[in-house]
Design a protein around this ligand. Structure first.
Ligand code: PGA
Length: 258
């Protein structure tokens, strides 16, 4: 199926829900999403590490993919406190989110480190969901496209052509994310989307066009269609708004119709 025919919709639960809260949430999502899944809609949920074992066992992976919020690139080793791709594969993980701005900002992750994680995630058979985005200062300095291009060129360096089908990109302007974020103007997102597409084309040629490009940052029921309807955007990556199962289901109805 052509990437443009499919809508991607998912949420990163960040560091909010306990295991039992995640279980309740996924139960609700599972029943609310019954009969909503279709070949045209790809749903995904990214819980905390502590909820992954139960999370992957709980959902029908044909309907909802489960992802991890981060991982180390090494298969195993002397890396106290880290989680390896081998551990995630053992849990039947579908995807790994890499390079979220909070990882870059608060944990000092560099594009080079993120690249190692991307290559490792692909090597272990996961979908690699690479998050990119410019800060407010970079936007105001007119550097947004340059920053996005750099994050892609380094983050996706050395990805084999045969692995391109397992890359997803989330464009999340840092200034639009979280409690202090403000939703981006859809025209601005479309412009950045075109620039991202150009970089993906320069990296992978025609097959770069098949990479799903998601928008994230203060998405809610009122603005979801403004982003999802853009030609450049294939879906939405949602934080706060989707952490209530009923609201996530309402988003599914909304973008599933558009
Ligand atoms: P938000 O988070 O929807 O709460 O702004 C988005 C994100 O961090 O991916």
């Amino acid at each position: 199926m052509n990437v443009a025919e499919k809508v991607y919709l998912g949420t990163n639960l960040k560091m909010y829900m306990t295991n039992s809260e995640t279980r309740d949430y996924l139960y609700k999502i599972r029943s609310l999403c019954e009969n909503k899944g279709s070949a045209h809609l790809q749903l995904f949920v990214i819980p905390s590490f502590t909820s992954l074992a139960e999370g992957t066992a709980l959902v029908d992976h044909k309907q909802i993919l489960i992802g991890a919020q981060n991982m180390h690139w090494a298969e195993q080793g002397q890396f106290t406190g880290e989680v390896s791709p081998r551990m995630l594969r053992d849990l039947n993980m579908d995807l790994v989110e890499l390079g979220h701005s909070e990882r870059r900002m608060y944990f000092g992750e560099t594009d080079e480190q993120i690249n190692r994680k991307v290559l490792s995630a692909l090597g272990f058979g996961f979908i690699a969901l690479l998050c990119i985005g410019e800060t407010k200062e970079q936007k105001e300095a007119g550097q947004a496209d340059e920053v996005l291009s750099r994050q892609l060129l380094i983050g996706l360096r050395d990805v084999e052509p045969r692995e391109v089908g397992r890359i997803w990109v989330a464009y999340e302007p840092v200034w639009s994310i979280g409690v202090d974020g403000r939703p981006a103007d859809p025209d601005y997102v479309a412009e950045r989307g075109r620039s991202i597409r150009q970089t993906l084309y320069s990296l992978f040629g025609k097959s770069g066009e098949t990479i799903p490009l998601l928008y994230g940052g203060s998405v809610n029921l009122d603005n979801a269609s403004c982003y999802n309807d853009l030609d450049e955007i294939n879906g939405l990556f949602v934080g706060r708004y989707a952490w209530d199962a009923e609201r996530f289901a309402a988003l599914i109805d909304k973008v599933g119709q558009s």
